[in-house]
Write a protein that binds this ligand. Structure first.
Ligand code: FRU
Length: 299
């Protein structure tokens, strides 16, 4: 195995059409934006981009439509050194896509997403993967029934690889959806978004890690980024660690900031750094990202 960190990211890839505007538009008006570009998106896809930038060896594992956007998406993965050998291409589907508005006035990103007919990954797709190539598998929290089975499959694999070659499993729960709760007791490392925490009625990152920790397996690390308030994390011994945020002088693009935090934190944990150092690194890299448009300037 190469000395680079082999990390498999399981989740979505979509096509993002990003418009930069001075301020968020009024409904039913017609105006020009400051700039507009296309970008490869999707949480797992974005995290792969950041892992590639950090010098890891990321592999994207998800479905991609065999539509005209496919070439752009695959070429862009390659630009950031992301392996797509395992991507599952579906014919006769439309690519999922998002229209995104970045407001220069507030730094907000507003996403309107569509997925018409691209199927989710199947367990059979996952079982074809040679797990021995990876030391870490990260799952975006979606497709809950199937990824539960994929995680069981890795747990079985780990039983016969107790010699140091077992795979660390992480999961991100991001969206305000009840079904994601069943993923909480599954991983070794759990990322909980501010959106999900607020959906559960938690009011800050410390409360979130404490309450979620009680539902995880022993030894699980729970990590919660909270935008400009930094991030908190806890280990099963109840130790709570924090990092402040590292905002740039001007926030210009928060699209994928959470995906960036996750990728950088995984990179640091997989490199053997402490939990506190890892979330601090996650916050630093997310701070760098939100100061530039897209990822191209970070290459
Ligand atoms: C950002 C992102 C975008 C995508 C959207 C899908 O986290 O992955 O790239 O359009 O979320 O919900």
């Amino acid at each position: 195995m190469s000395s680079k960190l082999n990390i498999l990211c399981v989740g979505a890839c979509c096509f993002d059409i990003v418009s930069q505007v001075l301020k968020y538009p009024l409904e039913d008006t017609d105006q020009r934006c400051l700039d507009q570009h296309w970008q490869r998106g999707g949480n797992a896809s974005n995290s792969c981009t950041v892992l590639g930038l950090l010098g890891a060896k990321p592999t994207f594992f998800g479905t991609i439509a065999d539509s005209h956007e496919k070439r752009f998406l695959l070429e862009d993965f390659a630009k950031f050194d992301v392996n797509t050998d395992y991507a599952v291409i579906h014919e006769g589907c439309d690519s999922p896509a998002s229209c995104i508005i970045l407001s220069a006035a507030t730094g907000s990103r507003t996403i309107v997403h569509s997925n018409k007919n691209l199927p989710e990954l199947s367990v059979e797709d996952f079982n074809k993967i040679d797990l021995s190539a990876f030391q870490w598998v990260h799952f975006e929290g979606r497709n809950v029934t199937n990824i539960t089975k994929m995680i069981e499959h890795i747990r079985e694999y780990n039983k016969s690889h107790q010699d140091g070659s077992s795979i660390t499993i992480s999961v991100e729960i991001e969206n305000a959806k009840h079904e994601l709760e069943s993923l909480i007791p599954l991983p070794d490392v759990l990322f909980v978004s501010k959106d999900y925490a607020m959906f559960k009625g938690y009011t800050n990152k410390e409360e979130t890690v404490e309450k979620i920790q009680a539902q995880t397996i022993p030894g699980c690390l729970v990590i919660c980024p909270w935008g400009e308030d930094g991030a908190s994390a806890s280990s099963s011994d109840g130790q709570l660690v924090h990092s402040s945020a590292f905002p740039p002088s001007q926030v210009v693009d928060t699209l994928g900031a959470g995906d960036t935090f996750i990728a950088a934190t995984i990179f640091s944990l997989a490199s053997g750094c402490t939990l506190k150092d890892s979330i601090t690194f996650g916050c630093r890299i997310a701070g760098l990202k939100v100061g530039v448009i897209g990822w191209e300037p970070l290459r």
